[in-house]
Design a protein around this ligand. Structure first.
Ligand code: SAH
Length: 362
């Protein structure tokens, strides 16, 4: 069944008209789905009963139940497992910052990029998510916030490579910005890529003041080829060319993410090489202490080494911060998300965490 959450107000007006209803019903439906997070058509009490029945017969609201919710007891980060209409299970993370709630959205079920330090890629890619499914990820978090509070920011940094699912991710970004919907500021929206160069070039032409984040993790091709297979397709020279063009065309500062991996990419020499690579580029570097993934031999750099690395970058004029590690206790931190095939209580129980299955809220 067609998921109406994938559609813009104007497209919903078309749906309304096709059912013999006036066009303005489209905007009403949009408001119910996005701003009021309705789960069913029956809830849309200011629509005529016949229209609601007609809609329910032909379309879906895209509501995805939360089948598991875990909260990190230390930092309040929460991880949600959502079950989509076809049974695909998707992970979404809520992070609490001083300025409000931020949602980390998955853009694909699984991932096929093969980065050797990331759990999302284990098992490959199952499918792309649609724009409406990504909106539903945000709504899962929005529904839990106290009345009057809205999601403040969204980072497309969950499972998957957003620029490989370009059209749906861009539709999601625009849907999330709709004034009658989540009404998220473009400036509070970040899309993160492992370095899909044609996607960056395309994004530069969209004229959207969102933030582009690039997962760099290595200052030279030899090392980056080993860590991120995507680098063999689009090496650093091409990636940096695309990033420079992006900055020139949008005027926006780009974020580089750099996971600090013990004895791999974390020496003072690497820091100097990185500073040289980024010299003169309008950017900001975010150092992420590597989060452990099960079965991986890669370790995190000690704090002192990360601090030294930051100092070298800063002394060369590169704005650098160290990212707080959130959600470690529930495997919700960067790179720890992975597809889970949940078939029953037994499997669900294997997931660690203080909170078991969330009862349906109505
Ligand atoms: N595919 C996109 C978005 C998802 S990854 C991308 O690559 O940017 C979100 C961020 O987490 C990326 O910067 C990714 O490189 C980083 N990451 C992956 N595994 C990690 C790990 N084990 N520890 C720390 N960061 C990790």
């Amino acid at each position: 069944m067609r998921n109406l959450k994938d559609l813009f107000p104007a497209e919903l007006a078309g749906v309304a008209k096709s059912l013999g209803a006036p066009a303005y019903r489209g905007r009403q439906i949009f408001r119910w789905l996005h701003a009021r997070a309705a789960k069913t058509f029956e809830e849309m009490t200011d629509l005529p009963a016949e229209l609601r029945a007609e809609l329910a017969q032909r379309f879906s609201t895209g509501y995805a139940p939360v089948i598991l919710r875990q909260e990190d007891p230390f930092d309040g980060t929460a991880k949600y497992l959502l079950r989509m209409a076809d049974g695909a299970v998707v992970e979404t993370v809520r992070m609490e910052y001083r300025y409000g709630a931020s949602v980390c959205v998955s853009s694909q079920v699984g991932c096929r990029q093969g980065c050797i330090f990331c759990a999302s890629t284990i098992g490959g890619k199952e499918r792309d998510l649609t724009a409406g499914e990504m909106i539903e990820e945000v709504l899962a978090v929005q529904r839990e916030l106290p009345a009057g509070r809205r999601v403040h920011s969204v980072v497309v940094m969950g499972m998957g490579e957003p620029l490989e699912n370009y059209d749906e991710v861009l539709r999601f970004v625009r849907l999330a910005h709709e004034p009658d919907g989540l009404h998220l500021s473009y400036r509070h929206l970040t899309v993160s890529t492992c370095g899909i160069v044609p996607g960056i070039d395309r994004l530069a032409g969209e004229n959207l003041p969102i933030t582009l984040a690039v997962s760099l993790h290595a200052p030279n091709d030899e090392l980056r080829n080993r860590l991120l297979p995507v680098n063999r397709r689009w090496p650093l020279a091409e990636l940096m060319r695309a990033v420079r063009d992006y900055i020139a065309r949008t005027g926006r500062r780009v974020t580089f993410e750099y996971a600090m991996i013990l004895d791999t990419n974390d020496s003072p020499e690497h820091a100097r090489e990185l500073a040289a690579l980024l010299q003169g580029v309008l950017c900001h570097v975010n150092l992420i202490p590597l989060n452990p993934i099960q079965g991986s031999p890669l370790g995190a750099s000690p704090r002192q080494r990360i601090v030294e690395f930051r100092a070298i970058l800063q002394s060369r004029g590169i704005p650098t911060t160290i990212r707080r590690q959130l959600g470690l206790a529930i495997e919700a931190a960067c790179g720890q998300l992975r597809r889970r095939e949940l078939t029953g209580e037994a499997k669900a129980r294997r997931l660690r965490g203080p909170l078991p299955v969330l009862p349906e809220r109505t």
